[in-house]
Design a binder for this molecule. Structure first.
Ligand SMILES: Cc1cc2nc3c(=O)[nH]c(=O)nc-3n(C[C@H](O)[C@H](O)[C@H](O)COP(=O)(O)OP(=O)(O)OC[C@H]3O[C@@H](n4cnc5c(N)ncnc54)[C@H](O)[C@@H]3O)c2cc1C
Ligand code: FES
Length: 261
């Protein structure tokens, strides 16, 4: 993992305030695994902290990122033009575990937690797994749903009922009786908490990616800790850094009472 300059191939808006960016970054593309992320640095020295963005897809020399404008940094990224460069660090984090082939795996993304699930769904499909994809959106402003279709059966839930199942992803999974032996997910904390509880209650394993607020992104500041159920004799709590020990955790390790969102 090292700092590098990635050149911008394209940036386009694919849904309101959601941007799809293709970067030429051969070093990152070569190493990236599903569930990892990269840190992108602002050109403006007043904004020193990097913006962590998940790897959405990987091509031989390129990585695709899909992000929502949330503040200064993501706005700056959305305005990048073809040929400009951005300083990046990565790939960072553990990513999803490597599963044996022939398993039935349910991949779940909610809102801006959807992008990292695309590369995961592709890899699982290529590895001979049966993939069910469950995507949760607020409303009809869908994005990336068509890209998943090549990798598994896609189910859509919307909060307002405008497309697909009216309700959340857990309700959809329950209604459709989708398998939850192995679930991989990324999305807002209430979704992850509900999904983990449902999966564990049905005897399955959930691997969830926590896209929490970060600062340094490289394990140095403890700005991203999450509470786990592990204890040690000294402090009696075992916090983990999402940036280096995550962002993907086995949900049974986590103490959701300590989650920040
Ligand atoms: C591992 C990981 C993967 C992520 N992947 C994606 C993705 O694929 N697509 C996407 O749209 N968003 C993703 N996010 C959230 C994204 O990092 C924030 O929306 C972004 O950092 C906001 O920066 P900003 O300057 O636009 O907003 P501001 O609010 O101005 O940011 C101020 C500071 O807070 C940090 N910050 C603010 N919100 C978040 C947040 N939710 N998570 C982490 N740091 C935050 C910023 O990095 C920055 O240092 C991810 C976050 C994490 C931790
Ligand atoms: S963001 Fe600094 S330790 Fe994780």
């Amino acid at each position: 993992m090292e700092y590098s300059k990635a050149s911008v191939v394209s940036v386009r808006e694919i849904a309101p305030s959601i941007y799809d960016m293709l970067l030429k970054a051969p070093g990152i593309a070569k190493e990236a695994r599903p569930g990892q992320f990269i840190c992108l640095y602002s050109e403006d020295s007043a904004h020193l902290l990097p913006r962590p963005i998940s790897i959405c897809e990987v091509f031989p020399d390129h990585v695709r990122l899909v992000f929502r404008i949330a503040g200064y940094g993501t706005k700056e990224l959305s305005l990048k033009k073809e040929g400009e460069t951005v300083t990046v660090l990565g790939p960072i984090g553990n990513g999803y575990p490597e599963f044996e082939s022939g398993k039935s795996i349910t991949v779940v993304g909610g809102g801006i937690g959807i992008p990292p699930m695309l590369y995961l769904a592709r890899k699982l499909h290529e590895n001979g797994n049966e993939v069910n994809v469950v995507l949760g959106y607020r409303d009809a402003g869908l994005f990336l749903n068509e890209a998943f279709a090549g990798y598994g059966k896609v189910y859509i839930a919307t909060d307002d009922g405008s497309v697909g199942y009216h309700g959340n992803v857990v309700g959809l999974i329950e209604t459709e009786k989708l398998p939850v032996d192995t679930v991989c997910a990324c999305g807002p904390m209430p979704m992850l908490k509900g999904l983990a509880a449902y999966t564990e209650a049905n005897g399955g394993k959930a691997y969830i990616s926590l896209e929490e607020r970060m600062a340094c992104g490289v394990g140095a500041c403890l700005g991203c800790i999450t509470k786990t159920k592990e204890t040690d004799g000294h402090s009696h709590v075992k916090n983990k850094r999402i940036c280096t020990e995550g962002p993907v955790f086995d949900s049974s390790e986590l103490d959701f009472g300590g989650a920040k969102r």
